[in-house]
Design a protein around this ligand. Sequence first.
Ligand code: CS2
Length: 498
Amino acid sequence: MTNPAPAMPRLNEATLPRLPETVARPAYDRTKTRIGIVHIGAGAFHRAHQAVYVDDLLADDPDWAICGVSLRSADVRDALRPQDGLYTLALLGGHPSLRVIGAIRELLCAREEPQAVLARLADPAVRLVTLTITEKGYCLSGDALDLAHPGIVHDLASPQRPASAIGYVVAGLALRRAAGIAPYTVLSCDNLADNGGRLRRAALQYAQAFDPDLARWIETEVSFPRSMVDSITPATDDALRERVAARLGCTDAWPVQREPYTQWVIEDHFCNARPAFERAGATISDDIAGYDRAKLRLLNGPHSALAYLGSLMGIETVADAMRQPALAGFIERLMREDIIPTLDAPRGFDPHAYVGAILARFRNPDIRHLLSQIAWDGSQKLPVRILGTIADALAAGRPVDRLCLLVAAWMRFVSRQARAGVALVDPLDAALREIGGTATGDTQGDVAAFLALDAVFAPVSGDARFAEALRKAYATLGDATPTAVAHALDAAGAGTEA
Ligand code: CS2
């Protein structure tokens, strides 16, 4: 009998000095850092993006280490606590470069350790709270807080024992106000237009509902800067875990991966000091609205188009979708002809060069970015990524046919999943399954059922031109087989501008 291979050690403080030279590691003494940031939503995107900027800063300024909080799941905490918060970032290229990130000094699961999270939020050394909670984490309906959202209903009944992100942000601020501690800045890092403004309005509305004095204090004392975040971050898979273990000689329960490209534009509006993020390559700006809109509309919108059209065509990844000439051609026209005219480009920003760069990123063959990952949460993503573009195009009297093809593809995708009994990752899952499962193929009835979803379509559903273009697009997709989609793409790509 052969002896089993000795178990590989785990990545942690003790194994860190023994990693191969080729693996970069923190350039500072972690024990000298102090927690100055609480991050809510310690998922892969945060760990591949903001935490890396902070990792670059800690050598110069040790006061900004991160406490990573997950609201519900204990998975990240349980994976990283035994690793002393260390994890590996793989920058994807032919031979990925690996770097161990040390910026996260503490991991908490709010559901299991609420008091520890509140104590951190009340700690005067914490001067910044950042969030990546995805679109649905903001509990919005349209532009306002959804006061009927179960998470918000729960938190309003017991604001000192919250469960939602907004509940925690406000509970922490209430503790600081009561103790005479200066507030923290609250920095949203999610893909939402005017993310800081939305979060501010939601926090004020929430606080107003149970403590108007607190709401007034937040209104005058607390900053909610906007930010634009960008880096393509495919979900972690076993292939990554294996590759990382082989290179490190240690196991890492939850490495993360992303493309080398990264961008972070942050509005310069902090109420209680801030890290020198610009030294780590972020852009600090007085006006980020232009960047914000360009990124959401030109990157995330087409990403969703690839996700729904590509999935209907039986394609698995973004790079594979971009290898289909009809789909790639459609996406490029969508970007250049339909989306760019709706942008208010920041000074010095060349939208066509930006489109070229995004298309190259989508084509990157070293990145296996699953369309199914991007397809999640369509009901939350479409309004911020595409319906605003449609509303602007309608207002300017421009055609919306290609834009509607993407919306129709989402509807067909939802129906296909519902009929196959596949659960949708979407907070409106139940309603979508009902609508999608009963769709008959009759354009009029099917489209009307989707358009009745006010949470998604309220801003545009009353526009007759939109409804007509959507019905046409839905009909063009026919039975949404790969052949039918290819025909629809050809038709849309060949169409000339009105
Ligand atoms: C993607 C984004 O999953 C998605 O919906 O569109 O996560 C996208 O990769 C990032 O915003 C890129 O910065």
